[in-house]
Ligand binder design. Structure first.
Ligand code: APR
Length: 229
């Protein structure tokens, strides 16, 4: 089977009711990145950070995968599909996709703040001050904050280097190193982007841009992709 490599961002979850970051009314209009998504913010006010992620986990409980997530799961019948996502929600998992790499962490997991190898599934949606790991340190969100390393980036680049087809859905391609991944695909690999807005980093003539939201864009692209299986 041909390898279809899919890079997704917040836009694919927008139609499930989850805010993106940089659109109008996005998360970064309501919160300062430095307060809630950096190690400095965590050290300065861990309760504010815990509350920020608790609210996003609580909201996620009310959301479900949309047609775009489900279409990607369906494509596993025709391709060896690898999803590389910047998203921390679990909608790709709940849609049935089976090969998912989270570049920026996972909302439903927490980890030790002193030993990053100690990662735990979180029961429920609340992580509070005083919730400790087995070594006695405060548990933190299992999220890659700005300024932190992206441990999965090399694995992601290796996956992209074997792509026969690349699909990019719902990312402004503003954040590196994720935004550089498409350049790891072999030079002749067809690249499709689904996004109502054309990301600046993708104004390359070789890229086919489908100016649609994720659900409608996948409805249009699915038959075209299946023809290339
Ligand atoms: N369907 C498809 N794309 C959409 C939709 C939709 N319904 N709604 C919005 N978009 C597009 C926007 O046009 C934009 O290009 O989704 C993209 C969202 O961009 P961002 O909000 O910047 O989200 P993302 O690219 O995922 O951000 C990357 O930044 O803050 C960090 O760690 C965070 O993983 C995140 C990273």
């Amino acid at each position: 089977m041909k390898k279809l490599i899919v890079l997704t961002g917040a836009g694919i979850s927008a139609e499930s009711g989850i805010s993106t970051f940089r659109d109008k009314d996005g998360l970064w209009e309501k919160h300062r990145i430095e307060d809630v998504a950096t190690p400095q913010g965590w050290h300065a006010n861990p309760k504010l950070v815990l509350d920020f992620y608790n609210q996003r986990r609580k909201q996620l409980l009310t959301c479900k995968p949309n047609g775009a997530h489900l279409a990607l799961a369906k494509l596993e019948q025709y391709f060896d599909v690898h999803i590389i996502t910047q998203n921390v929600d679990d909608l790709h998992e709940r849609a049935g996709s089976s090969q998912i790499l989270h570049l920026h962490g996972e909302l439903k997991k927490v980890r030790s703040s002193m030993d990053e190898s100690l990662i735990y599934d979180l029961d429920g949606w609340q992580l509070n001050l005083g919730d400790k790991c087995e070594k006695g340190s405060q548990l933190r969100p299992h999220i890659v904050w700005f300024g932190e390393m992206v441990p999965a980036i090399e694995q992601a680049a290796d996956i992209m280097a074997n792509a026969d087809l690349v699909l990019i859905i719902g990312t402004s391609l503003n954040v590196y190193p994720a935004a550089s991944l498409m350049h790891y695909a072999p030079s002749e690999t067809p690249i499709y982007i689904i996004d109502p807005v054309q990301p600046n980093a993708a104004k390359d003539s070789k890229i086919t841009h489908i100016t649609q939201k994720a659900v409608e864009g996948m409805n249009q692209l699915l038959p075209l992709l299946i023809q290339q299986k």
